[in-house]
Design a protein around this ligand. Structure first.
Ligand SMILES: [Zn+2]
Ligand SMILES: [Zn+2]
Length: 235
């Protein structure tokens, strides 16, 4: 049986994060390709942490500029297909005159009397929610880097808008997987996904490795069983 060293495991973790991000990126590009089929779509852009150095984006945030709402059903369908890769997506809809129109609803049928449609205030335009209590702040939205995935014309509405606002990239935390040391002497990996999970909830760094944690929670038999499973996986 082959036990990977901590540095090998760290490298593997980084490789997995990279692969995950590539997969999400592919899903975004597929969405852009499908939207490009509509003559009403002006451009599709990727924004948020997907475009930054962040190794573990939590959302696929997309922006789309449309000349009219007539192809929203097509756009909404393309967006829902992202879900097969990753459920955490949002598509922000804009008009060429730099107005924010709303977000694409996640439901197949919209509006419905469901919590989700209700929450994002779907009613005026099918497939488009408009968060009643959501104040859109273009500076905040356009400050992080933006990557244009597809644009009908040479001039991107979003990039021009961003430049007009003088919006510059904001400072952000750079995450990477790190190793921590347990009281038992074992080193273990604190992955980027875990770091974000902990940070979101205001938790402190974990103090124990997985087997010490299991031993404490479920007793020594469970910890031994876990070690056996892990050894088998690494064979
Ligand atoms: Zn809806
Ligand atoms: Zn331990």
């Amino acid at each position: 049986m082959v036990r990977l060293s901590i540095s090998e495991r760290l490298a593997e973790q980084e490789r997995n994060d990279r692969k995950r991000k590539e997969r999400l990126f592919e899903a975004a590009k597929t969405f852009a390709r499908k939207c490009a089929g509509s003559t009403n779509v002006h451009e599709v852009a990727l924004c948020g942490s997907m475009v930054t150095e962040d190794p573990y984006p939590q959302d696929i945030d997309l922006a789309i500029v449309v000349d009219s709402f007539s192809d929203l059903p097509l756009i909404a369908r393309a967006a829902r297909q992202i879900t097969s890769t990753y459920h955490g997506w949002e598509v922000f809809v804009f008009r060429p005159d730099r107005t924010y129109a709303g977000r694409i609803c996640h439901r197949r049928e919209c509006p419905t009397q469901t919590a989700r449609c209700d929450k994002i205030d779907c009613s005026r335009v099918p497939h488009l929610g408009n968060l009643a209590d959501f104040d859109f702040d273009p500076v905040l939205f356009l400050s992080p880097p933006i990557e244009i995935l597809w644009c009908r014309e040479s001039k991107s509405v979003l990039i021009n808008w961003k430049e007009a606002l003088g919006a510059r990239a904001t400072e952000q935390t750079h995450y990477r997987p790190i190793t921590l040391k347990c009281d038992c002497g074992n080193q273990f990996i604190f992955s980027v996904g875990e770091q974000k999970y902990f940070a979101d909830r205001g938790f402190r760094r974990p103090k124990r490795c997985e087997s010490c944690h299991i031993r404490r929670e479920f007793g020594p038999e469970a910890a031994t069983l876990l070690e056996e499973i892990n050894d088998e996986k690494e064979c």
